[in-house]
Design a protein around this ligand. Structure first.
Ligand code: NDP
Length: 264
């Protein structure tokens, strides 16, 4: 299937590792040019160089913190200067949390609100007018199955990802008249370096291997009995970014190996 993404310009936040990197590589493989953003400049630059070499597309690295207004402004400015605007925005940057509601202070809630919600709000304001001028576009939000089915140890993550899904729906209604399709994706367990790091920490000095620990997480939660590879998630993102998904508007797509325990 030709996804008709050649020479489109895509912005991916958190594009230096994990799901964001897989989405970036998937878009580049279809011929899209990229602006990738993350905070760790060295890792970001090496990833961007590799993508440009591997796929022959234009790719820029924008080291910035999207949880901050000035980080979003820096990203939008770099995109305008290099490409004159964007056709695709993938709001992917995000991270898990661990707390109890009774112990977490206000500033912790605020930090996750800025990262998971306000980054998407500000990037929509910064990039959507340019998409409209280019004849339309696509905005995708990487939320989480936890937006619907909460994990007990991370209430702030659950709440802010649920807010992101509702933001995605509201934005879709506001922008479809301008030819901009907005959707959200709710992944389940995805094998990223962060999960591996956590598993290694939790199993250090025990008689369980980190691999066995992660297999138990998968067995306990996902009927498919394994984590997804980032590329399995990225393929859905790339399809949703493409004109082949032209009737997808304002929806949330689960990709979770059967983990969601309800129908929605
Ligand atoms: P990773 O931790 O592997 O990667 C996160 C990416 O986001 C990195 O590139 C990181 O780079 C960047 N990032 C984090 N904070 C910021 C920030 N403030 N500003 C700019 N960039 C930032 O995450 P995953 O690939 O696992 O997850 C990606 C998204 O998918 C997240 O939103 C997550 O909630 C969601 N998700 C993940 C699941 C999983 O099982 N892995 C399941 C469901 C949803 P740097 O640190 O250099 O800034």
């Amino acid at each position: 299937m030709d996804l008709q993404l050649r020479d489109k310009v895509a912005v991916v936040t958190g594009g230096s590792v994990g799901i964001g990197l897989a989405v970036a590589r998937g878009l580049a493989a279809e011929g899209a040019h990229l602006a990738l953003c993350a905070r760790d400049e060295q890792r970001l630059r090496s990833v961007v160089e590799a993508i440009a070499t591997d796929f022959g597309v234009r790719a820029i690295a924008v080291p910035a913190d999207v949880a901050r207004p000035d980080g979003v402004a820096a990203l939008a400015t770099a995109v305008a200067e290099e490409f004159g605007g964007a056709d695709i925005l993938v709001n992917n940057a995000g991270t898990g949390s661990e707390e109890t509601i009774l112990e977490a202070p206000d500033d912790r809630w605020q930090a996750y609100w800025e990262l998971h919600v306000m980054a998407a709000v500000r990037l929509a304001r910064a990039l959507a007018p340019g998409m409209k001028a280019r004849g339309g576009g696509v905005i995708l939000h990487n939320a989480s199955i936890c937006a619907t089915q909460p994990l007990g140890y991370e209430p702030i993550y659950n709440v802010t990802k649920a807010a992101l899904v509702m933001f995605s729906k509201c934005l879709a209604n506001e922008l479809i008249g301008d030819g901009i399709r907005v959707n959200a994706v709710n992944p389940g367990l995805v094998m990223t370096p962060d999960w591996q790091k956590t598993a290694k920490l939790l199993t250090a000095g025990t008689d369980t291997t980190w691999e066995a620990y992660l297999q138990k997480v998968a067995d306990d939660n996902a009927p498919i009995g394994r984590f997804a590879a980032p590329k399995e998630i990225a393929d859905l993102f790339v399809f949703l970014c493409s004109p082949r998904a032209s009737y997808t508007v304002g929806s949330t797509y689960y990709i979770d190996g059967g983990w969601l325990r309800t129908t929605t």
